[in-house]
Ligand binder design. Sequence first.
Ligand code: ADP
Ligand code: MG
Length: 759
Amino acid sequence: MPVLTEDSPLTKLVKKNEAEQLARTKGLLSVADLFEFVPRRYVRPGQLTDLSSLHVGEDVLVVAEVKKATTRPMRNRRGKMLTVVIGDDLGNELDVTFFSAYGHEGKLKPGARGFFVGQIGAYGRRLQLTHPEYELFDDEEAGEAAVEWYRTHRVPVYSTTGKLNSLRLRKLVHTALDTVDRIREPVPEDVRVARGLVDRAVALELVHRPAVDDQPSRGLDRLKFDEAFVLQTILAQRRKAAESELATPRHPRPGGLLAAFDARLPFELTEGQREIGEVLAAELASERPMHRLLQGEVGSGKTVVALRAMLAAIDAGGQAALLAPTEVLAAQHHRSITTMLGDLAQGGMLGGSEFGTNVALLTGSQNTAARRRSLLDAASGSAGIVVGTHALIQKHVQFADLALVVVDEQHRFGVEQRDALREKGIRPPHVLVMTATPIPRTVAMTVFGDMETSTLRELPRGRSPITTHVVDADRTGWVDRTWQRVAEEVAKGHQAYVVCPRIGDVDNESGGAVGGASGTRDSSDEDAGWDAHWDDEEDGADGAGGDGDGGPAKELTGVYAMLSTLRATPALEGVRIDVLHGRLDADAKDATMRAFSAGEIDVLVATTVIEVGVDVPNASVMVVVDADRFGISQLHQLRGRVGRGAVPGLCLLMTQGAGERAAERLDQVASTTDGFELARADLLLRREGDVLGARQSGRGNSVRHLRLGRVEDEQIIADAREDAFALVDRDPGLREHPALAAAVAMRLDEEQAAWLERG
Ligand code: ADP
Ligand code: MG
């Protein structure tokens, strides 16, 4: 065999068609990729198992003979399924099933003898092995040697692909482990020693070829550390590079615009707001460009904090830009900032304050005249603050002296956009990113690891707590009680939201029955907010049957069906009920929202459109119908619509026949209002790709081994971060760490490739 290294393409190890399959289905291209392809689990047979004493869940190693083999076509899929009955000399039997007969049919014929390794499952009342590893032998001696290996090792089970079953994959990995002469070691020895980490070569053995007493998890922890360490090295280098650019220091000016603003603030800043304000002021006054993430839930007072930083920048002679993800939000920011500033926003105008500045708005759909004016104000410097959408980033937009860029919601803002904005300053501007999505520490450290973070944890005084309960809709008494509670709130002069997972047919408004031919989903974009993700998760995880939801798919409750239900509910007689959803045209939506704000509607039946930007302090109760159809974070965001004023909020999560896992999610939401805790729980359940997807974050980071929702992994990341930042501080160019430099380069290439692929 030619010399094999970790860089060797898999074509050097396997046949061309196998290599193609590994590349296509698992993304494995090189020997190193194969090494990183870790088993899904381990079977630990330990000893030969007696066929007469088997239990579900038990890992077994049995030596047996094929008694019978039958193939039959499958009901829902193409291909044939193979069922084999194996038996021992004493007449005990066990079923063995392969959902694809391909490759096994020819081998597992009656009379063939061999051993089978796997975990005992059940189909109906019969025990069975599904897709076991097996080897057939003609001569007992060869058989015994193989059996001996299985008795002394934990058997790694790999996720299989087509013709490549777990056994084949294991043999490939073992061949590679035995052939590659030097295993790479990206983590320097001192770090390894200090952290008590095993060598990478040892780690790979532990993961892919563990002896019975070994702990594969120790090997996996090392691979996790590698992953975190390389990522953190990249972030540390990025940070270092950013720090070497010089920003213009923006010193505070006593008695300026900020002071005037503070003096007329109608409330006291919370401690968090004050502290973060000081941090921002210090960073603005420094030559190091600020690059900070400000997180805090909706209503925690981020905008005020950002505005104060903008005013400080203006005091120092610069300008600030506020970038919003949508036109609606840009307009809303423009309005609220102008309102908050009052006459301070009327610089140069009759009656304006002597310190005054101007706030300009720049969006794509503005008419030419308004646009031109805003462009002029930005370029001349007469606008201290320019609020806008991505239109702000375009080439022809110029600033007199851009000092600070505030980005609202990081999700749709990528590195490229940031760079484009940076180029608009004479020197790079300071950057502050605001997000209302609670970002767990693991994600903050990885996805946003090149930024500093600040968190507003306390809500401004006067906010009331939200109580959440799960309501079992199968119990009519509970449902009646729910609507009664809504009626009680309305009677007290408060308002309510009823959130449904779909819009449904308008026909239902006239009292038609729920159901019919309307299908279960709407294609309306805005309402796709209900978490389609959960469908995949539950179907994908356990295959047919999901998590026990079972039965035919439940018809989801639509807004219109709910409307007629509520109108027919005696407890709600005389209550003013209306609907809001994404299929209404903009004017209608606006009118409904205004009427609800004005208290002219008591109960608003809506889809998740109300998730963003709706603020009606008088709303005290929210009922979420079919709550099991929503994700954890989404439910948390939704209920943030109530309890915004002096009235305590109540959130009722209505659910019917939810599976075990869905029920668990709802209980979690009901048990805490800590957004961070919930975000972490959500992370644990979601696939990492969804969380870190560059589509959302504008960044190419993704992780293979780390599980960002796990507390243990948080520690690994924190350790790796500390070590990587210290190393980059000493050796920014990684000249003394060539192996690490190579790993970093490889990782960056992968990200680049992934980026290009997504287009
Ligand atoms: P966020 O941007 O985090 O959603 P905002 O800054 O928009 O929050 O603040 C939400 C509301 O709370 C606004 O009406 C704001 O004026 C008000 N607010 C902000 N800080 C305080 C405070 N310290 N005390 C009382 N009200 C506050
Ligand atoms: Mg806000």
